[in-house]
Design a protein around this ligand. Structure first.
Ligand code: NOJ
Length: 760
């Protein structure tokens, strides 16, 4: 038996503040070797960490290994229905490898000390958190940011979030959400980039790069987590957690690409989804987690479950008990169990009984340890928990400026009759009315976990900051967001009548979107529709400012109110950003990342539908349409106005016919013919007219956001290759098929200039 030895590594390696109380000489030597390897520059040790991961693994008991596969929430914040009392005892006992919902340099340091000082092997914890659209400085909700179509701004928002989160001791964000969402009843549409695969993929890349900065291990970044794999956004009837069932073709063509793009961009981790797919819940789905993710896509990071989704395999009806659920998950390729504790409870027994091979567990432990090494946690487990850096970083003025900048870029001008907007700053009386006009608590939107709503700027404050005298601004609430009380209505009508112009802020409460926030009606909640109608009747020009996390059915507003701005939930700087647009300090440039239906009955409605064998013909009954509703959306995908006017020239192609190795240049002249400088998102769509399987009527394949001064023209040039024309053919191979294609260019998915070419 080896002697019991106590070694303090600090004496040998001053930078390593880990106290070891170790039970055998060989263990000591191994640990010294493993850890001393990490003493070198963080950037340089990656080549040797594989050896150290293996060495560490050899020292671990089965229980310690399973501990590394376990993630528990702290009681600091809770983002789901369960909490495990005594998680701190679990940390000290080495039963947990990662903690979420704990942040702050000081607090994470304390928890880290428990793991590092009190467990046998001193393995540091990972700290994860939902940093979805900013950490302390809150940016627009992701759907709103997507409306900016501005890749630099989206990158910057994630970069700042990574900087702030890592300064609060976090190593890992549970973002980006890459779920394509075509059903606005589903409240989680707010967390993604909307309905389109191409736009969603481009945005996913920026978010991963932003969060991860110079890479895992760089001090001011966090690991990204691509979620929710897979197809969570296709929940039946738009009900959260509901069943998903779709063909492999749609899965691969529409839903997979944003996850894949995020993984190709280097995302360190992936989260499973709550839903089943083809009858198998994602957390037990080997096809998804192993065949596709690891074997096809070469993903080398680790996979974590979404919350208690291993446990949920029991009510799903695919596992009978804890042991069978845990076995399904580990065999599927799921590395880390969030919150269920099923791995901890069942895996050791399953291995001892010979049901699960320990190799499988080792593979998962390796994937997790690798990330801990990459993060530099073995070199210095507290490197992200630095109070000075935290103080210097959180909500810096430059972060607030960036938040205001992306917020104004995310606003979509839906309607502007007779150029009611922009408003004059010297306006005599502006009435600011509505339940969202001064609702500070709502401004940062849902999933703004660590965000401090008390620091948000309301619309009323933003407007007051612009006008020559704050006395010119009147305010009335009008009604609550979501109840039937009419007690504030009369006062609002009275205020509207005194004004020269009314800015009317209506929409949803922040928590009406996000997780577990599906809605069967997309009308304005409560009596807000009545408020809008009454204010409109007051006879003053009205600007409706919408705040919401999904498309709403606002046909009445579109018909009756002269100006409408879609502002989503814009985050900390909401009021300033909206005021920038209202008063023309910024010319709106956002475009919808999702189709706005006229009525809920049209859902799902999205721009890249199929033509069908009986496309809609108003004069023929037996065609694909409704008896009581138009087929047309209220606002199409890609739509958004500007204070200026952009006109599009013809689409000019470099060739009328290309071979499969050619590149096609598509040129379109865009001119700013209006009276303001402005930015336009020039969009390119294709249609493959005949395929071995039917193709959508339009597919976005390129876009560019350009700035044009008034009177200025620019040739916007897109380059297309056969990759852009490719799809999953009848035999499920990916490629382009010869034949005729249409190319469409314009400022939204409906009003487009068309040209044709042939792929030989
Ligand atoms: C459940 C949500 O679905 C997921 O998106 C989130 O990251 C986890 N809870 C952790 O809060």
């Amino acid at each position: 038996m080896a002697a019991r030895v106590k070694v303090t590594i600090t004496e040998m390696k001053p930078k390593i503040k880990i106290r070891l109380a170790i039970e055998s000489v060989s263990l000591v030597l191994m640990l010294v070797l493993i850890l001393s390897g990490c003493k070198t520059n963080v950037k340089n040790y990656t080549s040797s960490y594989e050896y150290r991961v293996d060495s560490l693994l050899k020292l671990m008991t089965l229980e310690e290994k399973v501990g590394q596969l376990t993630l528990y929430t702290s009681d600091y914040d809770v983002t789901g229905p369960t909490i495990r009392e005594g998680y701190k005892d679990d940390i000290k006992a080495g039963k947990v490898g990662a903690i979420f919902n704990a942040f702050g340099a000081d607090y994470t340091r304390k928890l880290q000390e428990m793991a590092v000082k009190e467990t046998r092997l001193h393995i540091p914890l990972l700290f994860g958190y939902d940093v979805i659209h900013g950490h302390k400085t809150i940016f627009p909700v992701p759907l709103g940011e997507a409306a900016s179509w501005d890749m630099n701004a989206i990158y910057k928002s994630a970069r700042i979030a990574g900087d702030e989160a890592s300064a609060q001791g976090l190593h890992w964000t549970f973002a980006p959400m890459c779920d394509i969402a075509r059903d606005p009843r589903w409240g989680r549409m707010v967390e993604g980039a909307g309905e389109d695969t191409y736009l969603g993929s481009r945005i996913a890349v920026q978010r991963v790069k932003g969060f991860q900065g110079d890479g895992v291990g760089s001090l001011n970044s966090v690991m990204a987590c691509v979620k929710h794999f897979a197809a969570y956004g296709a929940a039946q009837a738009g009900r959260d957690y509901s069943t998903v069932d779709m063909s492999d073709r749609v899965l691969r063509e529409v839903y997979f690409p944003p996850y894949k793009a995020a993984i190709d961009a280097g995302a360190a981790t992936v989260m499973t989804s709550f839903n089943e797919l083809d009858g198998v819940p994602a957390s037990g789905n080997k096809y998804l987690m192993t065949d596709v993710l690891r074997n096809e896509w070469g993903f080398g990071g680790f996979v974590v479950t979404d919350y208690t989704s291993i446990m949920e395999m029991i009510p799903h009806g695919i596992a009978e008990d804890t042991a069978s659920a845990a076995a399904l998950a580990i065999e599927a390729g799921v590395d880390m169990d969030m919150q269920a504790g099923f791995y901890q409870d069942a895996l050791p027994g399953l291995v001892k009984k010979g049901i699960i091979k320990e190799d499988l567990i080792d593979a998962s432990v390796r994937r997790i340890l690798r990330k801990k090494f990459e993060l530099g946690l073995f070199e210095d487990p507290y490197r992200y928990s630095n109070v000075e850096r935290e103080k210097a970083t959180i909500m810096k003025p430059e972060f607030l400026d960036a938040a205001r900048d992306i917020a104004k870029r995310s606003i979509v001008l839906l309607k502007n009759d007779k150029q009611l907007l922009p408003l004059s700053k010297t306006q005599k009386k502006i009435a600011v009315i509505g339940p969202l006009a001064n609702a500070r608590q709502e401004m940062i939107g849902s999933w703004s976990a660590a965000g401090d709503w008390s620091k948000a700027v309301t619309l009323l404050e933003g407007i007051k900051s612009k006008v020559t005298s704050a006395d010119h601004v009147l305010y009335a609430k009008g009604c609550n967001i979501n109840d039937d009380s009419t007690k504030y209505l009369a006062e609002a009508i009275r205020v509207a009548k005194q004004a020269d112009v009314v800015v009317l802020a209506v929409g949803e409460a922040a928590l009406m979107t996000g997780e577990a926030a599906s809605r069967a009606s997309l009308d304005l909640p409560g009596i807000q529709q009545k408020l809008v109608e009454e204010i409109q009747k007051a006879g003053k020009p009205v600007v409706v400012v919408l705040m919401n996390g999904r498309p709403l059915t606002i046909e009445w507003i579109d018909k009756n109110v002269p100006s409408v701005l879609e502002t989503w939930f814009l985050g900390t700087q909401t009021g300033y950003a909206i005021a920038d647009v209202l008063f023309g300090d910024y010319n709106p440039s956002g475009k919808l990342p999702v189709t706005f239906p006229r009525s809920v009955g049209q859902i799902p409605i999205f721009y890249n539908m199929k033509n069908t064998g009986r496309p809609m013909d108003p004069n023929s009954k037996y065609t694909s349409k409704y008896l009581d509703e138009s087929n047309e959306p209220l606002y199409p995908f890609g739509y958004g106005l500007s204070y200026t006017i952009f006109s599009y020239g013809d689409v000019v192609l470099s060739k009328n016919s290309i071979s499969d190795t050619d590149e096609l240049s598509v040129t379109c002249k865009v001119t700013n013919t209006g009276i303001y400088d402005g930015e336009e998102v020039v969009q390119l769509y294709i249609r493959d007219l005949v395929g071995s399987v039917t193709r959508p009527v339009k597919e976005l394949k390129g876009f560019e956001k350009i700035m044009l001064k008034k009177g200025e023209s620019r040739d916007v040039v897109f380059k297309l290759t056969t990759k852009d024309l490719s799809f999953y053919k009848k035999d499920m191979t990916f490629g382009a098929e010869p034949g005729k294609f249409q190319i469409m260019v314009g400022g939204n998915s409906k009003d487009l200039k068309i040209a044709e070419f042939v792929l030989r």
